[in-house]
Ligand binder design. Structure first.
Ligand SMILES: CCCCCCCCCCCC(=O)SCCNC(=O)CCNC(=O)[C@H](O)C(C)(C)COP(=O)(O)OP(=O)(O)OC[C@H]1O[C@@H](n2cnc3c(N)ncnc32)[C@H](O)[C@@H]1OP(=O)(O)O
Length: 142
């Protein structure tokens, strides 16, 4: 789970347990009503955040320490609120520390994609978060 939800013991984005199969992954997901944008339709930001989370967490579960470098989302159809859905992740390629990943969101009982994410995750160098904290301390001291 990400740092924002770990202490609550529940993913507020509605992602269930991630199953890893080789270099792919899948998880059940359901958009909560508070992420509604249009009537009974998920906010596009929820869809992007959910993709970011599952791809990042699936890499973490594979033992890789990464951060999102970039993320593009294609919205093919409205995403329903409160409906059981599945998100499937595949590894497209790897070059050095860069992992190109793709994910699809679909209804539980329908193979048609509702949305697709493609992006690059970069393996973190040692001390990544410590450097960030130090930079912020310098910034705040200005
Ligand atoms: C228990 C825990 C649970 C944890 C559970 C976690 C689940 C949460 C999931 C959410 C994940 C997030 O939101 S992460 C948060 C959002 N993302 C971030 O904050 C990242 C901010 N950006 C950075 O910190 C930095 O730019 C880095 C780390 C991405 C890269 O910096 P660096 O380490 O100095 O590396 P650098 O030499 O620049 O680049 C290394 C290689 O990556 C490529 N590269 C660098 N940036 C990018 C980029 N934006 N897009 C594509 N490629 C890039 C470079 O071309 C290079 O390729 P080559 O020349 O080697 O070929």
């Amino acid at each position: 789970m990400c740092g924002g939800c770990r202490n609550r013991g529940r993913c507020r984005l509605g992602l269930g347990e991630i199953t890893i199969i080789g270099d792919a992954a899948h998880a059940p997901v359901r958009c909560a009503p508070h992420f509604q944008a249009g009537p009974n339709v998920a906010h596009g930001g929820w869809t992007a955040a959910m993709f970011d989370d599952i791809i990042g967490r699936s890499l973490t579960q594979r033992g890789l320490r990464t951060v999102t470098g970039n993320l593009t989302v294609d919205f093919f159809n409205p995403v329903p609120v409160g409906e059981a859905m599945i998100v499937e992740v595949v590894t497209e390629s790897r070059a050095g520390r860069r992992w190109t990943m793709q994910a699809m969101l679909r209804l539980e009982r329908d193979p048609s994609p509702l949305a697709r994410a493609i992006g690059v995750w970069v393996e973190r160098r040692e001390g990544h978060f410590e450097r960030h904290e130090a930079a912020m301390r310098d910034y705040r001291a200005r």
